[in-house]
Design a protein around this ligand. Structure first.
Ligand code: PLP
Length: 406
């Protein structure tokens, strides 16, 4: 057998094992990647792909960043895990860095986005209890996505995510995104009962739908007037994806709490709930916890991730590459009627198509470009924040060549 045949066999074997032993919860593409270098991925045949996917907005620093590898190695040499029952230099330093770069408050470290959302949900309930609110309401948005646990699904405004699990948690009402009147009406209808409003500044899973400035400002005003928490779910928009470390930075105000995950660990699982100082004492000792959340290794990697973003001028690259991408994609929109809209911010881009997006993503993959198909007809373009303009253009060339055929 030559090398190509060996690799083919390895891949086929991997597929057989996965199909046989892993629960069938994902609609997988017909590829497995073996290694990556910054914006490039390589499969079992050593075929090269440009990565516009980043493991769903996770590997924001690309693959195999030397400083991330170094911190993994040096921390692994020292200590992986003790537990949150002991002080941890790495967790403490990460919490300080997050607070200094967001808003005054305190941090709870988790293993995933869903767990950060769980913390936010519990925070809202604690707040309701502290104010003795009868029948408290949490507002969320239609088309939102906040994770797959029961509280995550309950806060998620998409039937396809919620269905099949029986009755979900009560006390959650959904508002149409960017409908200012509906938001005002909800605060009037549930006067005194609304304890929190949770929003993704750009709705990611439902196809990169940015919230308008007026809706965001109104959200801040109404929550402040009604003594409710404004919670931003920045699990997808955070960690530099939209051109600032956190998307809220360009809004002129901060939320009362914020959830993070995805890019925070550069691919290593970690999430965070940041709670503003007015609310930071709602959680008391023993009222919330996690075995793994923010262990030494995870926290060291997350700290290094943020340090790299701040010291290597990576956000400048996001804004530069964002201009290139939006210019080219808007130009494609003029020339290819299959595109109905290009939307988003920074390197968090949605291309809305008039056709289903999955076959387009498959054709891109065959041509050496990894993109994400979401919300039936949207291609999500989320390259690493460190992508070179050369590879960005090459990836866009591949995307264009696929569109030409559709
Ligand atoms: N919130 C948002 C906005 C997300 O995009 C996601 C994941 O896609 C989650 C929550 C859930 O995060 P995780 O998959 O890490 O549990």
């Amino acid at each position: 057998m030559n090398e190509t045949d060996i690799h083919k066999e390895l891949f086929e074997h991997t597929k057989e094992l996965a199909d046989h032993y892993l629960l069938n919860t994902y609609s997988r593409y017909n590829v497995a990647f073996r290694y990556g270098v910054n914006e490039l991925l390589f499969d079992f045949d050593n075929k090269q792909y440009i990565d516009f996917h980043c493991g769903v907005a996770v590997t924001n620093l690309g693959h195999a960043d030397p400083d991330i590898i170094e911190v993994v190695r040096s921390q692994a040499d020292k200590l992986f895990h003790t537990s949150n029952l002991f002080y941890s230099e790495e967790a403490a330093k990460l919490a300080e860095l997050l607070i200094l770069n967001s808003f005054p408050g305190k941090v709870f470290l988790t293993n995933s986005g869903t767990e950060a959302i769980e913390g936010a949900f519990k925070l809202a309930r604690k707040y309701a209890t502290s104010k003795s609110v009868v029948d408290p309401i949490i507002l969320s948005l239609e088309k939102s996505f906040h994770g797959r646990s029961v509280s995550g699904m309950s806060l998620t405004g998409q039937d396809k995510i919620r269905k099949g699990y029986g009755e979900l948690l009560k006390g959650i009402e959904f508002i149409e995104p960017n409908n200012d009147e509906a938001l005002v009406a909800a605060f009037e209808r549930y006067q005194g009962r609304i304890v929190a409003l949770i929003e993704e500044p750009i709705l990611g899973e439902s196809g990169i739908i940015p919230l308008s400035n007026s809706f965001l400002t109104l959200s801040r005003e109404l929550t402040a007037e009604n003594d409710a928490l404004l919670i931003f779910d920045e699990i997808q928009t955070g960690i530099g994806r939209t051109g600032t470390l956190f998307a809220f930075e360009t809004m002129g105000f901060s939320p009362d709490a914020m959830t993070l995950a995805k890019g925070l660990g550069s691919g290593f699982p970690i999430g965070a709930l940041i709670v503003g100082e007015k609310y930071q004492d709602l959680f008391t000792q023993g009222s919330h916890g996690s075995t793994f959340g923010g262990n030494h290794l995870a926290a060291a990697i997350a700290y290094e991730t943020i340090r790299i973003i701040q010291t290597r001028e990576i956000l400048n690259n996001v804004n530069l590459c964002s201009d290139i991408a939006f210019t080219r994609l808007n130009d494609m929109k003029e020339r290819y009627p299959v595109i109905s809209e290009v939307r988003g911010k920074g390197l968090h881009i949605g291309v809305v198509l008039k056709v289903p997006s999955r076959p387009i993503a498959e054709a891109c993959l065959a041509a050496g470009l990894v993109v994400n198909a979401t919300a039936d007809n949207v291609i999500r373009i989320m390259p690493p924040l460190t992508i070179s303009s050369d590879f960005l253009n090459q990836g866009l060339d591949i995307f264009e060549s696929v569109l030409k055929q559709n």
